[in-house]
Design a protein around this ligand. Structure first.
Ligand code: T5A
Length: 214
């Protein structure tokens, strides 16, 4: 019987090094001869990427928090059903840049959405599907925003104030300590090289049972 794939998500505040370190995770998986796909949220399909544009661009009309929350789950429903679930069913590993923990952190802690409502939408859209492993890159948002702002103009969500991102960081730390078996928290204030070494060790440790290695 074909084994179902493994679902890895990557989280952190803006500029924490997700994109940089997804490449490290990819190298690691390739060395282990693991068949994987990389995707992201919001987005990951043509339609979901259109919703992403709507979410991240600036608008003359202010977007209501509930609108933002529902758009995120609309994009997620599309992404899950057309990409993530079929790939996992084929036995592939799915490496996703952000997922529902971001919704608890950004819309929940950041915007103040009721976490029970987020939980209801999570159940509606995902059923019982949850990531097998979540890597959080933990960084002072002042450093992350400074790194991210070097790319140019900040998008609609990046334009929130520092307190917003401090709440987001705290939320990730809280979820990670509540669900420590699923999480791996990496100190992203270190150099790229150090982060890469720590990440590879953590991956080896977290997935060794799955890989049947010591
Ligand atoms: N969102 C998303 C929600 O609000 N709710 C949700 O449910 C979901 C799924 C998506 C936005 O959507 C929001 C959150 C986000 O605001 P995104 O595509 O995930 O956005 O983009 P960002 O979080 O904005 O990602 P960034 O590209 O800004 O950050 P990364 O990927 O974390 O950082 P990275 O790797 O690009 O690095 C940033 C810079 O720092 C350097 C890199 O070279 C780069 O220049 N860098 C380092 N510099 C020094 N030392 C290190 N260790 C470094 N590591 C990287």
């Amino acid at each position: 019987m074909q084994q179902e794939g493994f679902f890895i998500t990557v989280e952190g505040v803006e500029g924490a090094g997700k994109s940089t370190n997804i490449k490290v995770i990819e190298e690691f998986l390739s060395e282990k001869n693991i068949d994987y796909v990389v995707t992201r949220e919001p987005g990951g399909t043509l339609l979901a990427e259109k919703i992403r544009d709507l979410l991240l661009s600036h608008h003359e009309e202010e977007m209501e928090v509930t609108t933002e929350l529902l758009l995120i789950f609309a994009a997620r429903a599309q992404h899950l059903n057309t990409t993530i679930k079929p790939k996992l069913a084929e036995g592939k590993w799915v490496l996703c840049d952000r997922f529902t923990d971001a919704t608890y952190a950004y819309q929940g802690a950041g915007r103040g959405c009721d976490s029970q409502l987020i939980g209801q939408l999570e159940s509606l859209v995902q059923g019982s599907l949850r990531p097998d492993l979540t890597v959080v890159f933990d960084l002072d948002p002042r450093i992350g925003l400074a790194r991210a702002s070097q790319r140019g103009q900040l998008d609609r969500i990046e334009s929130q104030n520092l307190e917003f991102f401090q709440r987001v960081r705290q939320a990730y730390q809280n979820i990670a300590s509540r669900e420590s078996a699923r999480f791996c928290v990496i100190d992203s204030s270190k150099t790229r090289e150090n982060v890469s070494v720590i990440l590879r060790d953590a991956l080896q440790d977290k997935i060794k049972e799955y890989l049947n290695e010591q």
